[in-house]
Ligand binder design. Structure first.
Ligand code: FAD
Ligand code: SF4
Ligand code: SF4
Length: 480
C-alpha cells in the first residue's frame, strides 16, 4: 500500500462536495450537491486508513469493497475503481446519492470515531460511477447463453430491477411487470429529484431494456392478471411490489379537502418533473404553491414532502413530529437540509384535530413529552397537559409511513402466506414464498426499508432463483 497516497486523514480535512446555497437550490428540483472534481475525489479517498477489518464494509448492506475502491480512486485508477464498485452493487451511483451513510458505512468509519470526520464514502462512490457513465465504461447488459426458462418479476423498483438484471445476465428470459407507466418504483416516483435526478434512474432502466429485459408497464397484478396466471406464464416469479398502504393519522377531520397522502403528493410532483399532465396537480389539489403546508411525520418521506413543498413555492412549511429531533426516524442530514431551506419543525407535536369547514384551515396539535421506552425500544411520546396549539394550514400532507397492501386478497392468491403486517413471508434459506417457484424481495418482505437493502435482497433473490431453476431444469432433463 502506498502510505503517502492513503491514510491522509490527519492532515487532510473531510470535505463533501459543495452544496448549492439554500436559496438557489430551493428554487428547483435539481440535486443539491455538486459532484467532486477529480483531484478532490482522489484527495478525499486518500483519507482512508485502509483498515484490516473495515467497519464501513461490515455496515454496508452490500458489503462493498470500500477500502479497495477508495485506494484505486486515490491512485487515479478510476476505471478499476468503477469495476470493483460495480461488482458488488447494481446501482452504486444511486446508493452513493441516497443511502443514509451516516447510519451505514460512514457512520461506522474508524476515522469518524477517532474524531477526524468519516471518509466521504457515498460521495466518492457516486463520483466513481457517474464518471464511468460519462466515460462510457458502463458496459451494455449482455445476456448469458439462453437457458430456455423464463422469469417474471412483479415490481420494477430497485429490488425487482436488480433481480431482473442478475437473471438476465445468467441467460434467462426476463419479463418485468409494473403498474406504473415508468420503471424504477420509488426511485422514479417517490424520491424527489433534488435527492436523485431522474435521468440517473432512467439510464439504468434503458440499459436493462436494451439488454433484452421485457418491461410490461401499466400492468397491475390483481387487475390485469392474477398471480396464478403469471405462474402459468413463467418458470419462476419474483414479488417485489414494495409497500404502499399509507398509515392513517387517525384524528378528527382527516377526511377534509386539502388533506393528502404523501405518496400521491410526491408522485404528482415527480410526474410534473417528467413533463406529464397531472390533473390533480394542475387543479391545485396536489400543488403547494402559495399554500401554508403542514406535513405530519418524521421519516424520510416527510422530509421529502417538506422540501418538495418549499420548491413548489409554499407560503410556509411546517413539519409536525411527535418525538424529538434525536428520536426521529429520518436522516439528520435531511433535517438540516430542510431547515436551511426554510422548513419549520415542531418537535414533540402530535396532531389532535384537522380543523376547517369542508376544507382544512388548521392543524390542532398537542405538545408531547417522551416517556418510558415502548416495544420498539424508543421512548414513547405521551401528551403534556394543556390546550392544543394551532398550525394554520391550507394543505396537510400525511407522511406517517407505509404498510404492505393485502396481496393475497388483491391477487386472489389465498395460498400466499403473509405476516400479520401483510409482508410476504419467505423461507430464510431458499427465499421462496409459500408458493412453489414464487420468490419475494425488497420492502414487501422487510417492510418499508432502504434502497440499498432492496438491492441486496434483489441480488440474494436472483441467486436463490437461479439455484432453484437450475435444479428444476436438471430434474426435468432426468425425467425426459
Ligand atoms: P418499490 O421501490 O416500492 O417498487 C415496487 C414497484 O412495484 C413499484 O414500481 C410499484 O409500481 C410496483 N407494484 C406494486 N404493486 C404492483 C402490482 N400489483 N402490480 C404491478 N406492479 C406493482 N431509501 C433510501 O435508501 N434512501 C432514501 O433517501 C429514501 N427515500 C425515500 C423517500 C420516500 C418518499 C419513500 C417512500 C421511500 C424512500 N426510501 C429511501 C425507501 C426506498 O425507496 C425503498 O426502500 C425502496 O424503493 C424499496 O424497493 P422495492 O423494489 O422493494 O419497492
Ligand atoms: Fe455506503 Fe450505501 Fe454505498 Fe454501502 S451502498 S458503501 S452503505 S453509500
Ligand atoms: Fe477506510 Fe473508514 Fe473504511 Fe477504515 S472504516 S477502511 S478508514 S473508509
Amino acid at each position: 500500500m502506498a502510505v503517502d497516497t492513503m491514510q491522509q486523514f490527519v492532515g487532510r480535512d473531510q470535505a463533501y462536495p459543495s452544496k448549492r446555497v439554500a436559496g438557489e437550490r430551493a428554487a428547483d428540483f435539481a440535486e443539491i450537491a455538486a459532484r467532486y472534481a477529480v483531484p478532490d475525489a482522489e484527495d478525499q479517498a486518500g483519507r482512508c486508513s485502509q483498515c484490516g477489518v473495515p467497519y464501513c464494509t461490515v455496515h454496508c448492506p452490500l458489503h462493498n469493497h470500500i477500502p479497495d475502491w477508495l485506494r484505486l480512486t486515490a491512485e487515479g485508477r478510476l476505471r478499476e475503481a468503477y469495476e470493483l464498485s460495480n461488482a458488488t452493487s447494481s446501482m452504486p451511483e444511486i446508493c452513493g446519492r441516497i443511502c443514509p451513510q451516516d447510519r451505514l458505512c460512514e457512520g461506522n468509519c474508524v476515522i469518524e470515531f477517532a474524531g477526524h470526520g468519516a471518509v466521504t464514502i457515498g460521495a466518492v462512490e457516486k463520483f466513481i460511477t457517474d464518471t464511468a457513465w460519462a466515460e462510457g465504461w458502463v458496459e451494455p447488459l449482455v445476456p448469458g447463453p439462453g437457458r430456455g426458462q423464463s422469469v417474471g418479476v412483479i415490481g420494477a423498483g430497485p429490488a425487482g430491477l436488480t433481480t431482473a438484471e442478475q437473471l438476465r445476465l445468467a441467460g434467462y428470459e426476463v419479463h418485468v411487470y409494473d403498474r406504473h407507466d415508468r420503471a424504477g418504483g420509488l426511485l422514479t416516483y417517490g424520491i424527489p429529484g433534488f435527492k436523485l435526478e431522474k435521468p440517473v434512474v432512467m439510464r439504468r432502466v434503458e440499459r436493462l431494456a436494451a439488454g433484452g429485459i421485457v418491461f410490461h408497464q401499466g400492468f397491475a397484478v390483481g387487475r390485469d392478471a392474477t398471480l396464478d396466471q403469471l405462474r402459468q406464464r413463467h418458470d419462476a416469479l419474483l414479488i417485489a411490489t414494495g409497500v404502499y398502504r399509507a398509515r392513517a393519522v387517525d384524528v378528527a377531520g382527516d377526511e377534509r379537502d386539502g388533506v393528502v397522502e404523501a405518496i400521491d403528493y410526491l408522485t404528482a410532483s415527480n410526474r410534473k418533473g417528467f413533463g406529464d399532465a397531472v390533473p390533480a396537480f394542475d387543479d391545485g389539489s396536489l400543488d403547494a404553491r402559495g399554500r401554508r403546508v403542514v406535513v405530519i411525520g418524521g421519516g424520510d418521506t416527510a422530509m421529502d414532502c417538506v422540501r418538495t413543498a418549499v420548491r413548489q413555492g409554499a407560503a410556509s412549511v411546517t413539519c409536525l413530529y411527535r418525538r424529538d429531533r434525536a428520536n426521529m426516524p429520518g436522516s439528520q442530514r435531511e433535517v438540516a437540509n430542510a431547515e436551511e431551506e426554510g422548513v419549520r419543525f415542531e418537535w414533540l407535536a402530535a396532531p389532535a384535530e384537522i380543523a376547517g369547514d369542508e376544507r382544512v384551515t388548521d392543524v390542532r396539535y398537542r405538545r408531547m413529552r417522551l416517556g418510558a421506552p415502548d416495544a420498539s425500544g424508543r421512548r414513547a411520546p405521551e401528551p403534556e397537559p394543556g390546550e392544543p396549539l394551532d398550525a394554520p394550514a391550507d394543505l396537510v400532507v400525511r407522511a406517517l409511513g407505509f404498510d404492505a397492501e393485502p396481496l393475497p386478497q388483491l391477487w386472489d392468491a389465498p395460498g400466499l402466506d403473509v405476516s400479520r403486517w401483510g409482508t410476504v413471508l419467505v423461507d430464510g434459506k431458499t427465499l421462496m414464498t409459500s408458493l412453489e417457484g414464487v420468490f419475494a424481495a425488497g420492502d414487501i418482505v422487510r417492510g418499508a426499508s432502504l434502497v440499498v437493502w432492496a438491492i441486496r435482497d434483489g441480488r440474494d433473490a436472483a441467486a436463490a432463483m437461479h439455484r432453484w431453476l437450475r435444479a428444476r431444469a436438471a430434474s426435468e432433463r432426468l425425467a425426459a
